[in-house]
Design a protein around this ligand. Structure first.
Ligand code: BG6
Length: 490
């Protein structure tokens, strides 16, 4: 059955850079259900052909490896454009009519069971209005085929706004029709954490407080904020990266195995991790967090004078449950860092006793490094004997690179996987309402404390390094060190 993907915000950057290239690549691989239609909606006036032409150019740029004129011609036959303003209810009635006019079966009769996915790739301030208008125009009614809505981040700006947004969405769509995107969940290596943990038996016995000293989750970006000051300065790194991406990575690292790989059960287990995260109180905000801002941030175009918005943060979180009691999870992210990497480091405990007298210092302990990007892979660190020495050891590595196993093909962009899952009705890699709200419940108090007079100092750091020196000193005070290697695998 051919379904429709309706993209609100059709003239935006995300549509041309990510969504259309992802859909085109799915089409080329034969994964997009045959005849699937893509309908762009925005306020600009375009004819179908004009929109196709502009997408042709951008897709040739962003999906260069897969681009082929003939395939594009076949794909773009089912690409349409409908002018519409999200704030005008009548435009949704017109959209409904237009969709009915193109959703036809092979005999030319109205398609009885064509599904629709509405993708909100608009300004977040418009989500509520779009959803309300979709509902009022009867476009969420799924009696004739599924109706699903995909919502981009940010989902609210704090717990109160996220709750209000959830409530308002639920008046038009049921929870099982809602797909809240966190593009980190669509990354191959993030999904590979499920495989690593739950398709192997050797890791599970050591994946707990008995063997793990601590976990580091780092999302470092070389880029600075560029021209995004308008958004970034009111958001800051905790809202931009921690409430969503970093907590998602933590959930997948820390969760229990679900009873089966089913959206509800996977998300139940993830949510339990958030329930276990110890809320910071009192002095914790100063002792368990480090905040920073890169030098030069205040000179970026559009940043208000004297802004104290953080571009770097690290949090020490604990998950109070049987598996993780007492094991710190260090979450760290920053702009203007030494290189772009997303990595999860499982740092195992040191051996209980050093047997060999020749060792200059105790080995640091085994590490499992999961590099989510740029080159996706896994590295295991373990001690081996230095050849031709007394019993001295050094750290050796075992590398696994995803690229090496994908037959030279580049790994699919996260949006391919997520769009396909939404079309297939698999919500495992999307955030549920309780998950989003619990995540805000963890982040909100830290944001509030950082805005209060008792806020810890905002450390300046030079771009091109690993954030403020104070973050390294803070780790050393805890007798630990950051795994500042980037990239681990190429
Ligand atoms: C976005 C943030 O969600 O993720 C950006 O708003 C950030 O600030 C981006 O740069 C990072 O995504 P990726 O996939 O490039 O790691």
């Amino acid at each position: 059955m051919a379904d429709s993907i309706v993209i609100f915000g059709a003239s935006g950057d995300l549509t041309s850079r990510k969504l259309i290239p992802a859909l085109f690549q799915l089409f080329v691989k034969g994964r997009l259900p045959e005849g699937s239609r893509i309908i762009g909606v925005s306020r600009s006036a375009f004819e179908h052909e004009q929109w196709r032409d502009s997408l042709r150019e951008t897709t040739a740029q962003y999906a260069a490896d897969a681009f082929d004129n003939e395939k594009w011609a076949a794909f773009s036959e089912n690409v349409f454009y409908q002018r519409g303003d999200i704030t005008i209810p009548d435009d949704f009635i017109s959209l409904g009519k237009f969709l009915d006019s193109i959703e036809l079966d092979e005999s030319g009769s109205p398609c009885a069971e064509c599904g629709r996915v509405y993708y909100l790739s608009t300004m977040p301030q418009l989500y509520e209005t779009a959803i309300q208008n979709l509902g009022d125009a009867g476009l969420s009614n799924d009696s004739n085929g599924f109706r699903r809505v995909i919502i981009e981040k940010p989902f609210g700006t704090d717990l109160t706004t996220a709750q209000a947004l959830n409530q308002s969405i639920h008046s038009s769509f049921r929870e099982d029709q809602i797909y809240r995107i966190d593009h980190y969940l669509g990354k191959e290596t993030v999904q590979n954490i499920f495989a690593l943990r739950f398709a192997n038996s050797i890791f599970e016995p050591v994946w707990n407080r008995n063997y793990v000293d601590h976990v580091q989750i780092t999302v470092a970006e070389e880029v600075v904020i560029g021209r995004r000051a308008g958004y970034y300065d009111t958001s800051g790194i905790l809202r931009d990266m921690f409430q969503n991406h970093l907590l998602q990575l933590m959930m997948i690292t820390a969760m229990e195995p679900p009873a089966s790989y089913d959206a509800a059960l996977v998300r139940d287990e993830k949510v339990k991790v958030l329930h276990g995260v110890r809320k910071m109180t009192g002095g914790d905000f100063a002792s368990d967090t480090v905040r920073g801002q890169y030098e030069g941030y205040l000179d970026e175009e559009g940043v208000p004078v004297g802004s104290s918005t953080e571009t770097f943060a690290t949090l020490k979180l604990y998950c109070d449950n049987w598996r993780w009691q007492g094991v710190p999870f260090y979450l760290r992210s920053g702009k203007g860092m030494s290189c772009r990497t997303t990595q999860i480091v499982i740092q195992f405990k040191q051996v209980p006793y050093i047997l060999f007298d020749d060792m200059p210092k105790a080995p640091i302990g085994n590490r499992l490094v999961i590099q989510v990007q740029p080159a996706e892979g896994i590295q295991m660190h373990f001690e081996t004997k230095v050849p031709d020495s007394e019993m001295r050891t050094r750290t050796s590595t075992l590398d696994f690179s995803f690229q090496g196993t994908s037959g030279g093909r580049s790994l699919p962009d996260a949006y391919q996987r997520l769009l396909l899952d939404a079309l297939n009705g698999d919500a495992s890699l999307f955030a549920r309402s309780d998950e989003v709200e619990l995540a805000w419940g963890i982040i909100d108090p830290i944001i509030a404390a950082w805005k209060s007079p008792a806020a810890p100092a905002l450390h300046q750091y030079q771009t091109g390094l690993w954030g403020p020196e104070e973050a390294s000193e803070w780790m050393q005070q805890q007798h630990r060190e950051w795994f500042d290697v980037c990239p681990v695998l190429r």
